[in-house]
Design a protein around this ligand. Sequence first.
Ligand SMILES: Nc1nc2c(c(=O)[nH]1)N[C@H]1C(S)=C(S)[C@@H](COP(=O)(O)O)O[C@H]1N2
Ligand SMILES: [Mo]
Length: 337
Amino acid sequence: MLIKIARPSDCKASDITPEGIYLSRRTMLGASLAGAAVAALPGVALGAEPSRYADVEPGAAPGWFKDKLGATRWGAVTVENEAITPFKDATHYNNFYEFGTDKGDPAANAGSLKTEPWSLVVDGEVAKPGRYALEDFVKPYQLEERIYRLRCVEAWSMVIPWLGFSLAQVLKQVEPTSKARYLRFETLQDPKVMPGQRSSFALIDWPYVEGLRLDEAMNPLAILAVGMYGRELPNQNGAPLRLIVPWKYGFKSIKSIVRISLVAEQPQTTWERLAPTEYGFYANVNPTVDHPRWTQARERRLPSGLFSPNVRDTLMFNGYGDEVASLYSDLDLRKNY
Ligand SMILES: Nc1nc2c(c(=O)[nH]1)N[C@H]1C(S)=C(S)[C@@H](COP(=O)(O)O)O[C@H]1N2
Ligand SMILES: [Mo]
């Protein structure tokens, strides 16, 4: 929908050009009214059982996922007094550039991604490298429901109930060597099913790459997710396995992971490579450090529309400062944005 929405705040869609300005001028008009017609879920209790997510479309969960679901710890982490974003918004307003740069493109195009079978490589500076079938990789871990805020660098946000397990548990299993200081993550590269990877104006050097410092990855809030809203991940949300780092801008939360490497040097990440003055390696949510082209002091919480823009103040570390601020006590967060 090519509609420019006038907003009372400085979170105007016309001010905020998505990450993809480098890819396509079209995305300047990319903010849509997608969420406007969808009412917030009435009375959803936080930490609710999956049956409470009333508008969730059932998926076709693989057997290993159904087996895991029974032992899930529901509501292990919740967000107080903030409504969970309706499933419809969380699955139809996405960034997944492999499937196109418009917010509706991933929902429209990601259906063709084949997530079963899926294999994942863990390599680099680890005592136990390996290639795993996804179900074997996930087997040792109990799923937990983590209800987290997701804050995109484009100044919109959601509250999403993920299902996953802590990255720290995985690291313990694979045993990083003394040389390991960073993690490097890679998304699937398959131009046959990912139209964004064959687009003639794609400036992104595929595959999509993200990274974390080892101590960030060990923080209990960092998870690998295999589901959301009590079901498996929809393809547009990064099936079958994605990273979630809730105190960082959404672009750190890399989707559809095929490789995790432990490395000695800070990896170069996709957005940093494309626009280093706009997107840094750290990308911690920080209302006091503006993006060069817009303020980061506020955000549009979805569902958001013309008559209820639903703007709120952005919180330092996206509200997770108690858990993560100590990771950055030595760091100038203005320089290391
Ligand atoms: N592989 C890959 N991962 C990605 C992206 C992407 O384009 N490709 N977009 C990122 C951005 S900018 C955001 S805000 C989140 C969006 O996640 P969601 O669509 O599940 O809300 O995914 C992140 N992970
Ligand atoms: Mo984002």
